[in-house]
Design a protein around this ligand. Structure first.
Ligand SMILES: [Zn+2]
Length: 309
């Protein structure tokens, strides 16, 4: 699939406290690794309007993030114990959303079949009215709503492969049956949601919790058994991926034992579904991944595989 990288250079302007795992080096590692993948087209993300963010987040949430950034001055304002905002964080998060919507526009216009958004902070923990787990705005939920409400698609799927459950994104599928959401994640682990009995509206949510220590064989088998058939049955018109790489064995936050190649494998599998069911439309958004070397290598494997589907 012809693949576009959407780059959010503002990612380096979003500061966290010293020692925080979600730091600018993550973005730089991904960017450097993706440059080595080969001849891909790159586009620069630009901030979206705050109105675009209110497709998922109520105006009060958007105002809270903007006000926190304004109040930060040369310091940081905390929105929860893990989630902090500096003076440029709101602008950075708006560009992450803008870049995701830009990717959706390109893919629906068939200029590209796949796009990967290289950006931070991550977004999948952000609930409609709550910033949490390093996340301010939920890019993948907003990208899905952009495809549905602006482009008129009727069914989109979001697959979350981050080691943490995408609780924020699940909130969208809980109230919108146009959205299929599947998450494979470690349990027990933050944020504590994503049990198998959380199945949404008419089964449009599939949660696959797995124990710490889960390795390649069990992870791939669970995706083949529980996620891919349900995804095909939903027959999406576009596939989104919350592409977190913290399920890698080297990751200091997650407890799974995946390899670089597992991320290439899942990109191929999801790319095949996108080709067969979704007019070859796939948009992947960077979520977690906290060992910079493993993160860069895994993202490169993912994007290379996507471009070769
Ligand atoms: Zn994560």
């Amino acid at each position: 699939m012809k693949t576009l990288i959407v780059d959010n250079p503002l990612s380096i302007a979003h500061h966290m406290p010293e020692g925080h795992p979600e730091h600018a080096g993550r973005y730089e590692a991904v960017r450097t690794a993706l440059k080595s993948v080969g001849p891909l087209d790159w586009a620069e993300a630009t901030p979206c309007s705050t109105d675009a963010v209110t497709r998922f987040h109520p105006p009060e949430h958007v105002s809270r993030v903007l006000a926190a950034a304004q109040a930060a001055g040369t310091g940081l304002v905390s929105l929860d114990p893990d989630t902090h905002v500096c003076e440029r964080s709101a602008e950075t998060a708006l560009a992450a959303v803008g870049g995701t919507c830009m990717a959706v526009d390109h893919v629906i216009a068939d200029r590209y079949q796949a796009a990967f958004i290289a950006s931070r902070p991550p977004g999948h923990h952000a609930e409609p009215d709550r910033a949490m787990g390093f996340c301010l705005f939920n890019m993948v939920a907003l990208g899905a709503l952009h495809a549905l409400d602006v482009h008129g698609l009727e069914r989109v799927a979001i697959i979350d492969i981050d080691v943490h459950h995408g609780n924020g994104t699940q909130c969208l599928a809980e109230t919108d049956e146009r959205v299929f959401f599947a998450s494979i994640h470690q349990a027990p682990l933050y944020p504590g949601t994503g049990q198998a009995h959380e199945t949404g509206l008419n089964g449009n949510i599939v949660n696959v919790p797995m124990p710490g220590g889960t390795g390649s064989t069990a992870w791939r088998a669970a995706l083949e058994r529980d996620v891919l058939p349900a995804l095909r049955a939903f027959d999406p018109q576009m596939v989104f991926v919350s592409a977190g790489f913290d399920a890698h064995a080297d990751d200091p936050v997650g407890g799974f034992e995946l390899t670089d190649e597992d991320f290439g494998w899942v990109a191929s599998e999801l790319g095949f579904v996108a080709r067969k069911h979704a007019s070859a439309r796939l948009v992947a958004v960077l979520e977690g991944g906290y060992d910079c070397d493993a993160l860069g290598r895994s993202a490169a494997c993912f994007v290379r595989a996507l471009s070769e589907v």
